[in-house]
Design a protein around this ligand. Sequence first.
Ligand SMILES: *Cc1c(COP(=O)(O)O)cnc(C)c1O
Length: 394
Amino acid sequence: MTINWNELGFNTRAVRVGQVRSQEGEHSEALFPTSSFVFDNAAQAAARFAQTEPGNIYSRFTNPTVRNFEERLAALEGGERCMATSSGMAAIFSTCLGLLKAGDHLIASQSIFGATVTLLNNILSKFAIQTTFVNLTDLDSWRAAIQPNTKLFFLETPSNPLTEIADIRALAELAHAHHCLLVVDNCFCTPALQRPLSLGADIVIHSATKYLDGQGRCIGGAIVGSERLVGGDIFAILRSGGPTMSPFNAWIFLKGLETLQLRMQKHCDNAEILARWLATQAAVERIYYPGLPSHPQHNLAKTQQNRFGGLVSFEVKGGQELAWRVIDSTRIMSITANLGDVKTTITHPASTTHGRITPEQRRAAGISDGLIRISVGLEDIEDLQADLSRGLNP
Ligand SMILES: *Cc1c(COP(=O)(O)O)cnc(C)c1O
């Protein structure tokens, strides 16, 4: 009897979907590190290549371990089809190459990952695909940026590092009214906290490098959406362009999915406690966390996310000097720009992730010199508080 996974709970899907046991009867998912696959005869080889018979051909575009990860993530996001990629950036690049052509225009939130801005500005522009950047939370600025050749809206929510929340449902309606697709980078929430497809988005993007792995081991990405979009023009980029996820990385990520919900709950627990504790610290000027009632989109976050996520940013009163002292006084947190790890990471955005833009651009983006971003990990919260307290209260 086949199982209808859609009727089962999130954690059951996270642990079970996509596994196909081999004749060895292995309990854990098998890893298939093989570049190609053997056919019974020449006619079968011909049928596989013509795609008249389903089955494995070559691991650039068909591998059982990668498929296991893809089916599991698709089931968690509520999408028909997932395509895994070699990185999060490869997922964004493949989506744009698959869905856009020369002369098309896209609208992107100005609060997106730095490499995504560079990809849109410096690389896609070479192929005559132009981007307009707008304010994530200002629906009117999205509407005003629409042109006759606009094909796609792109955003991240919550944004990094200021945790602004986009109204996915409203933006999906606006996009569809103008025959555009809405693409949401769901890296920060993961399907454990937010499912953009159920709110009207057409495509979900992941940097699997972050929470899907959750332990900082591998680089990878994924695209989830309809069979028509992901299985059609986007899959064509994978098959002929080759931004492929390795079977080993897929195995790491599919095992990561098994504990995703559990980890995200603890990331959220720790982040909520830390944000409330930061609010009691005299040296802290302002906190950016959607879980605080003072956050401008707190109510929107409550309706479109299950919980508020693991990223907390805050401004200290002493500018860069105090921010660096807080960072340099930590002994447990890792000073690194990565996020979504069980290990807490601490970053100074103004001099790292946003260090290459001008001070005026930084001010416009709301990135002050006193801003610190923390990706809250799974250590004991008392130890994280003590780690920050050393610099905040010397
Ligand atoms: C890290 C990140 C990416 C890029 O992913 P890679 O796996 O590093 O290529 C894209 N979007 C967001 C929101 C990210 O945090």
